[in-house]
Design a protein around this ligand. Structure first.
Ligand code: AMP
Length: 680
């Protein structure tokens, strides 16, 4: 029979002193309370059975699939806590019995095959999945697509097809695969890795073959989660953040109270400087004290650190309020792509804001660093990569930068030249600079690097506390083709805070001059209505959603019909034809909004809006607001651009939208607006 959490501790108490025993006893009692919480959950009785007790040699993939099933059924008020406890319970069992399989099990649960900065994209489109499902189920590709349209996702389509297979097909399958085969977690993970390694001619066919074999061996619910992994959404209402909380909880249990501290924040902090779960998990297995984690998992060249971000401000006055009696500097806010440049042992790597490795895209930067900075014993600098007109010595717009090829860039054929605008130093000569003041980081940066026109420049800055001077500097930044200003504390509270949208960095975009909200939002189009008149034949308006990281849900916040050129109307219409879905996904919180068509979440749009108000129609922030299901809606939204550098789950979070809503100067509690007041 499976051991419960408490029994693990009871069996390991021998030979320890009485103080420790009291501590453990308290720990056990606390955990028993948590177990009670799980027991009280409204999980259907058929699902609440014990997890597969046979895992001795290896973790069965069925255990993971059943866990996901159970998690997906947990609803209600304390659901996040309950999910955390439930997941932690399986995690700790794997940690104890199959330690070396824990990393794959965890990574699968957060939809990863490795760290984000190592390219491990599977590159499997719907076409291959449909063909594999068709081969496994005996259904035609057309039937598989129809099933997907009715059920809403390919995961459910394979689950259903496999559980209703004809006897003839079952007979065929049993000839190819041993009936009793039990998939293990490691087998699934290795096969996915094998899929990822296929490239070049013939790779599509090979991927289809490998996937088909895997699906043949899988039971219906296992197949469902394999497909959902490939489609990057397990649809269980628990995304990476929740899994991370479960990971922290599991390690707390694993250490039986002998290692004290706030596991969640230690893991979170370690991930900011070293976003490599394998390294963090291996470290957590080996430590005696949580203090060792930051000593082992810290910033290092070759591993991207999560970048520091800024809070939006509406006016120069607000900056003075925030930074009263503090020394600060204003820098141009360049409109390009964030580039974290790493160098060590002759190796240059360039990482994006999302920690993707962009080194291949910029061989010119790599050569430049090699030529000029070989002598340094390793560094990490933060910069903006900006398209640059070398003939006229001027900055070019962001759109020009995105037209540059991303892969197989031949250094001698580069059409779009770039200049690096460097603004921070994170690491130099084997030393982290994260805890230094910006004043120190900036002066070391200036002492170490040398400006060269059109190649490498320090971000233009002004250390001023004079209103008129800052205003003039802002106007100049716009004239020079920048987006506005970044304003940063220089001494007090000025350390580099990885991953934080910090109040120690503020941003002032030129749009604030229009008197609208100072910031833009990055939202995901999830549905649309057909246009009329001039827009006939295209979509006339789109429904946009922000992302609730806690709930793994997309929450609606406006309809938009402004800011589209004729060319974009057509382009977007064509683009979305590939991503039409018959019903809103279960993770769309969109009750009460009627649209003509719905899309999968595939793209992020930057949106500018005049105002945010409480809305009876939209669901954004409703869980935070707790106002009879009311949410917040953007008024008069208009499209600024497509955010090519963001994935849908990196869209503006509900929490951020709520923070901006709260920050607005005029927030009358009865500010509501009507259904159609929000667009055009
Ligand atoms: P946003 O994307 O609107 O949140 O603005 C933050 C982004 O501005 C950063 O991620 C950088 O890519 C970019 N940026 C441009 N100039 C600077 C600068 N001087 N300091 C920091 N970030 C900058």
């Amino acid at each position: 029979m499976q051991k419960n959490i408490a029994s693990y501790f009871k069996s390991s108490k021998k030979g320890e002193d009485s103080n420790d025993q009291i501590k453990e006893q308290q720990f056990i009692e606390e955990n028993l309370k948590k177990e009670k919480l799980i027991a009280e959950l409204k999980v259907p009785s058929s699902k609440s059975k014990q997890l597969n007790p046979e895992v001795k040699g290896a973790v069965l993939f069925m255990d993971m699939a059943e866990l996901y099933e159970q998690v997906g059924e947990i609803k209600g008020q304390n659901s996040k806590d309950a999910i955390k406890e439930l997941v932690a319970k399986l995690f700790i069992r794997i940690m104890k019995e199959n330690r070396e399989e824990f990393v794959p099990a965890y990574l699968f649960s957060i939809l990863k095959l490795g760290p984000d900065y190592e390219s491990w994209e599977l590159g499997i489109g719907q076409g291959i999945i449909v063909k594999s499902i068709s081969a496994v189920s005996g259904k035609s590709e057309k039937q598989v697509r129809e099933l997907m349209n009715t059920l809403g996702d390919l995961g459910l389509a394979i689950e259903k097809s496999k559980s209703t297979q004809t006897s003839l097909n079952k007979f065929f399958v049993s000839q190819t695969v041993k009936e009793e085969v039990k998939l293990t977690m490691i087998q699934v993970f290795n096969t996915l890795q094998q899929l990822q390694k296929q490239e070049g001619t013939g790779s599509s066919l090979e991927k289809e073959r490998i996937l088909t074999n895997l699906l043949r061996m899988a039971k219906p619910i296992e197949a469902k989660y394999i497909i959902r992994f490939i489609e990057k959404n397990l649809k269980i209402g628990a995304a990476e953040k929740t899994m991370q909380a479960a990971l922290a909880r599991a390690f707390q249990l694993y250490h039986k109270g002998n290692v004290e501290g706030d596991y969640e924040s230690i893991i979170n902090q370690a991930l900011c400087e070293c976003p490599n779960y394998k390294k963090i998990i291996d470290t957590l297995f080996s430590i005696q004290s949580l203090k060792e984690v930051p000593e082992i998992c810290h910033i290092i060249p070759g591993v991207p650190c999560k970048p520091m971000l800024a809070k939006p401000m509406k006016s120069i006055q607000m900056i003075f309020q925030r930074f009263e009696n503090m020394k600060f500097t204003c820098e141009y806010k360049y409109d390009g792509l964030r580039g974290q440049i790493h160098f060590e042992n002759g190796q240059v790597s360039i990482f994006s804001r999302n920690l993707e490795n962009m080194t291949q895209t910029y061989p010119d930067i790599v050569t430049y660093i090699h030529t000029h900075y070989q002598h340094l014993d390793g560094f990490i600098i933060d910069s903006e990569i900006v398209a640059y007109d070398v003939a006229n010595n001027r900055i070019l717009p962001f759109q020009t930068l995105t037209s540059r090829a991303k892969k197989n860039v031949d250094q001698n054929q580069i059409e779009v030249q770039v200049c690096l605008y460097i603004f921070d130093l994170l690491y130099l000569n084997r030393q982290s600079f994260l805890k230094e003041t910006l004043e120190k980081r900036r002066s070391t940066l200036r002492d170490t690097f040398k400006e060269e026109e059109g190649k490498l420049k320090f971000a233009t800055s002004r250390d001023s506390e004079n209103f008129e001077e800052i205003e003039e500097f802002l106007l100049n930044s716009i004239k020079m083709g920048c987006e506005g200003l970044m304003i940063k504390t220089l001494e007090v509270n000025s350390q580099y805070e990885p991953a934080k949208r910090s109040f120690n960095w503020l941003k002032l975009k030129k749009d604030y001059l229009d008197n609208g909200l100072s910031d833009t939002f990055d939202l995901v189009p999830i549905g649309a209505c057909y246009g009329t008149g001039k827009r006939k034949g295209f979509y006339g308006s789109y429904l946009l959603a922000c992302y609730n990281e806690d709930m793994d849900q997309y929450e609606t916040t406006c309809k938009i019909g402004t800011g589209f050129s004729d060319e974009n109307l057509e382009k977007f219409f064509q683009f979305f034809q590939e991503y039409l879905i018959p019903h809103p996904l279960s993770e769309y919180k969109c009750d009460g909004v009627n649209m003509d068509v719905w899309f999968s979440p595939v793209v992020v749009w930057e949106i500018k809006s005049a105002d945010i108000q409480i809305s009876p129609i939209y669901s954004a922030c409703s869980t935070i607001l707790q106002l009879n299901n009311k949410g917040v809606g953007l008024r008069f939204p208009r499209l600024i651009k497509v955010r090519e550098d963001k994935k849908p789950n990196e869209a503006t979070s509900s929490q951020f939208l709520y923070d901006v809503y709260k920050q607005q100067a005029v927030v009358a509690s009865n500010n509501t607006f009507e259904q159609d007041d929000d667009f055009y």
